[in-house]
Write a protein that binds this ligand. Structure first.
Ligand SMILES: Cc1ncc(COP(=O)(O)O)c(C=O)c1O
Length: 388
């Protein structure tokens, strides 16, 4: 039995009627950019995240960029983030005119490590504030990522931000409806960025993103920035961008938001089933951090020989991914920052050992059993592979 990595067609079949009605309404009223569908979605998504505001944008990349850009940090500020994330996290920092400063992640959660962050700040403290020893950039913000759908240790980062006078931004692009100690992802710190890329837990039918924040000033500024720096038609108070959300995406997201809680429950149930099916095999399973509600955007396991395992599973029609196979500090785009192999051993381990298995709300027990039997067969054929 073939098992796709992701199956968006099944989800569409559940909601096709609702989606078509909503898209028809957009076509009837012909407001194709922003408009009432985006406004209604923004209100409901802010409520889910427990923030005063949600600003709908054209992508998650735009969201990371806009929240940092709108925060008016002095040019060239250092922003601490993990190396094992999608490039857009660091791109947002660079596009806003700042410097990505990498700190390694925690061995269990694979998220930015608060202890290493605190140690980095202490070791590099200077009279003008802690500075990146490689670039000299003064550290002014933290940008943890809720990787795979598991919230980073955000309460610890709130405390660090407070102690060191830093802004805290959250890259929640993979963590719709996740929470930590009962607080929703998206509600920590100054602002958070979400992506609604189609494969995300809450995915549009095209590109989409949002910033959530409880700051009135920041929200007003991001609303202006997404629309060419204009809060009033024909008047441009600053240089902005075209980061507006399309009405079709707001309409689709509004429909899907009503199903998100159920879909999240199904993902969590599927994760429990994988834990049973994969127990005893030489794969390291994801660990839900204490107090965290992991929403399993990606189900990542870690193992030796993961390239061979991926090829083996592919041969059986089972889709897998690597998230992410090369950490950002070793990517050409960030070579100017001066990092080397060996700088972040945990992130490097993650990059070379992670393999993401099929995960979507509708995945069946039979499909998961097929994945598990493929993995069991692989390790049977490769007996002697060291267990983790
Ligand atoms: C952690 C993270 N940050 C940022 C982004 C960028 O979002 P988008 O693809 O919507 O631009 C993504 C999307 O893949 C992501 O996973």
């Amino acid at each position: 039995m073939a098992v796709p990595f992701l199956d968006l067609k099944q989800q569409y079949r559940q909601i096709a009627g609702e989606v078509r009605r909503e898209l028809d309404e957009v076509m009837e009223n012909t407001t194709f950019v922003l408009g009432p569908k985006v406004g209604a979605f923004e209100e409901r998504f802010a409520a889910l995240c427990g923030t005063k505001h949600c600003i709908g944008l054209s992508s998650g990349t735009a969201a990371v960029h806009a929240m940092i850009w709108a925060s008016d940090l002095p040019a060239g500020s250092g922003v601490i983030l993990p190396p094992n994330t999608f490039t857009a996290t660091a791109e947002g920092v660079v596009l806003a005119g700042h410097v990505p400063v990498f700190v390694d992640v925690n061995r269990n959660s694979w998220n930015l490590c608060p202890c290493r962050t605190e140690t980095f700040l202490k070791e590099n403290d200077r009279p003008g504030g802690p500075a990146d020893p490689k670039t000299g950039a003064v550290i002014r913000a933290l940008l943890p990522v809720d990787l795979y759908g598991q919230p980073a240790d955000l309460s610890a980062f709130e405390a660090i931000a407070e102690r060191w006078g830093l802004l805290l931004f959250e890259d929640a692009c993979q963590a719709h409806a996740a929470s930590l100690e009962g607080r929703p992802a998206g509600s920590f710190g100054t602002a958070a960025a979400f992506s609604f890329y189609p494969g995300k837990n809450l995915g549009a039918y095209g590109e989409g993103g949002a910033v959530t924040t409880s700051s009135d000033d920041l929200a007003a500024k991001i609303r202006a920035l997404r629309d060419h720096g204009s809060a009033q038609k024909y008047f441009y108070s600053m240089i902005g961008h075209n980061y507006r959300m399309e009405a079709f995406q707001g309409a689709v997201l509004g429909v899907k938001l009503s199903h998100l809680e159920r879909w999240t429950g199904q993902r969590r149930e599927a994760a429990r089933r994988y834990a049973d099916l994969l127990s005893g095999l030489p794969v390291e399973l994801p660990v839900e951090s204490p107090g965290a509600k992991h929403v399993y955007h990606l189900y990542a396991v870690h193992t030796e020989k993961r390239d061979d395992l991926a090829a083996f599973l592919k041969g059986r029609g089972i889709g897998t991914g690597f998230h992410y196979p090369y950490p950002l500090h070793l990517q050409k785009a960030y070579a100017h920052l001066g990092y080397r192999m060996g700088d972040f051993p945990v992130s490097e381990y993650n990059s070379s050992h992670n393999i993401t298995l099929p995960m979507f709300p509708e995945i069946t027990l039979e499909q998961q059993a097929e994945v598990a039997s493929g993995i069991r067969e692989f390790f049977g054929e490769h007996a002697g592979v060291s267990s983790v």
